[in-house]
Design a protein around this ligand. Sequence first.
Ligand code: PEP
Ligand code: MN
Length: 297
Amino acid sequence: MDNLRLAGARPDGSRTVVEVAGVRIGEGLVVIAGPCSVESEDQTIRTAVAIKKAGAKMLRGGAFKPRTSPYAFQGLGLKGLKILDKARRETGLPIVTEVIDTRDVSWVGEYADVLQIGARNMQNFSLLREVGKSGKPILLKRGMYSTLEEWLNCAEYILAEGDGQVILCERGIRTFETYTRNTLDLSIVPAVRKESHLPILVDPSHATGIREMIEPMSLAAIASGVDGLEIEVHIDPSAALSDKAQQLTPDAFARLMRKLERMRAFMEELSSEGESSDPEAAVAKGAAIDVFMDGVD
Ligand code: PEP
Ligand code: MN
């Protein structure tokens, strides 16, 4: 992809680590979690406290919701941002929140630690330019009909504005399959790692739309080489004002986090496998793999 001047892979293979209030994305596995929408102070803060306890490193939550229907809940706007600010003060978790309009970028940036560009706005070039000027790290979701080349060119739009930093997030693409909300394209993860130096996350919530599929797809995403995950968690998913079917309860999220940590450790072990020629160490690793597989239910 020779049209990429800033988003493309570097000759020395080095990768970007985006640092957000002490959280390093592009090193280890970072989990961002929180509700689809900010609905109330109680819902957001209780969710934030629970995800922090479970090990999440950042809080997500939409105050501006890009909804299919104009009559669906559109988000709390400024009130939602103030709730996120309060959640940040109470938990210390940095905030990831979506901006959908060029006119809102500067003031949303006063509340957000990371500005999210949603799938529906991936190719909104004026919005990309505007967030590129904000000086904030940008979480750029893949458009539901977008190729890797189109996606990386959108990252290029942001980076071309200055010293911005971009985190990519695969969230499923549209295919003929309608059983799942989208089709999670995990093959994009190694492709991004080959073609770009930018960190890559997977969002299994929007990719599947089905709560039960979040665990297997998160484990698979770790196996594919992601730098992190973005997962929707709601204190009471059945009462959620958006994306009811795909949000996890805090308990389910805490259980998931324990498995993700084991998977991360397993992958780390696997990647160091080739480095040891000691047969005893290889046998010990084999035993570790058996223990891991026993624990997968
Ligand atoms: C979201 O993360 O809140 C969201 C709307 O996701 P997407 O843009 O991937 O549909
Ligand atoms: Mn959602």
